[in-house]
Design a protein around this ligand. Structure first.
Ligand SMILES: [Zn+2]
Length: 338
């Protein structure tokens, strides 16, 4: 058996979302070094805040400010930080219940090693030097010794919306303080970069399919039970639940079974819109595959159109499919392949 292929596969996209009133106040607060939570109807304080009570589903809007100090409620050591994680040295992922809050916030805890971390330890926020209104405005948490020997805070000086944030640098257990949540230039949306790093292996059947494609051949596999030919093959028949192994060459011509007209230009894809993307049943296959249709105006593509693959130099896959000029296929020949 030839070696099974594998290759890195990165799925990466910017996710743009609006944040709503509560998350807006929370994120803008972080920019201003203020941690806001919400107060539920039964008097609990949730940090990070949510817009609806997780128990009663009631809308909640009562914002409160909590302390930048807290207690680790649980943690796990991260031995090998990955790209874009909060710290590039080993650190703990910790749930921290900030003083005044009833729930815990997940963030990084900077500590010299796992022996320096324990449930119940006191920590405080280390603010990022440049803050933009994002969860990363909290650079991380750090161990914090607030034993009575330290200078205690002057609780009487606490003032709900005071611009003087110095007290956060000492921090202390404190009652949540009502907060308007109003800031100048509030954050209304965020762009979260999503990235998933995979090592993808297509398995035995698709490895054989891809290797045959490199020779411009379409090789599927036939189910020994129902006799269906799967292209691309998955190694098993999903209907019968049995392994497929008999290789069958199909195509290269095929029939458009269904299609859509694409009007939105994809990033990094140099194809003029509108264009047509179609399901194509290759001759001899019992499953349609996907492909772009070219060589014909987009508004003349139709079900039953007969097409053939067009290869570009050195490509593993057909660049697109174009009309062969044959008469359209009769609907009954592909009705089971829609
Ligand atoms: Zn089958």
């Amino acid at each position: 058996m030839p070696d099974v292929l594998k290759a890195p596969l990165v799925v990466e996209f910017p996710f743009t979302r609006s944040v709503g009133p509560v998350q807006s106040a929370f994120l803008t607060g972080l920019r201003e070094r203020v941690v806001l939570g919400v107060r539920t109807g039964d008097g609990r304080t949730l940090v990070p805040p949510v817009e609806y009570d997780p128990v009663t589903a009631e809308e909640i809007r009562d914002l409160v400010e909590v302390a930048p100090t807290g207690t680790v409620t649980t943690w796990a050591w991260n031995h090998a930080p990955r790209r874009d994680q909060p710290l590039d040295t080993p650190f703990a992922w910790a749930l921290v219940r900030l003083d005044g809050a009833d729930t815990a916030l997940l963030h990084a805890l900077d500590a010299p090693g796992p022996d320096a971390v324990h449930t119940g330890m006191r920590v405080r926020i280390r603010w990022a030097e440049e803050r933009t209104g994002a969860i990363t405005d909290i650079a991380c948490f750090e161990p914090y010794d607030d034993s009575p020997d330290d200078d205690g805070p002057d609780v009487d000086s606490l003032d709900g919306n005071s611009p003087d944030r110095d007290r956060h640098d000492v921090g202390s257990p404190a009652e949540p303080i009502a907060h308007t949540g109003e800031f100048t230039d509030p954050v209304t949306g965020i762009i979260a970069a999503a990235r998933l790093d995979y090592t993808y292996s297509p398995g035995r059947a698709q490895t054989a399919y891809i290797n045959a494609l490199a020779e411009h051949r379409n090789v599927g596999e036939r189910c020994p039970s129902c006799r269906k030919v799967y292209v691309p093959p998955r190694g098993a028949c999903p209907t019968c639940g049995v392994a497929t192994s008999e290789q069958v060459e199909v195509g290269p011509h095929g029939t458009v079974t269904t299609f859509c007209i694409v009007n939105i230009k994809a990033k990094n894809l140099d194809i003029e819109v509108p264009y047509v993307y179609a399901h194509i049943a290759l001759d001899g296959a019992d499953l349609a595959l996907h492909g772009r249709i070219g060589g014909i105006p987009y508004d003349q593509v139709r079900m039953g159109l007969r097409v053939e693959p067009v290869w570009t130099q050195g490509a593993r896959y057909p660049d697109h499919y174009r009309p062969t000029g044959e008469p359209d296929a009769d609907y009954d020949t592909y009705r089971e392949l829609l």
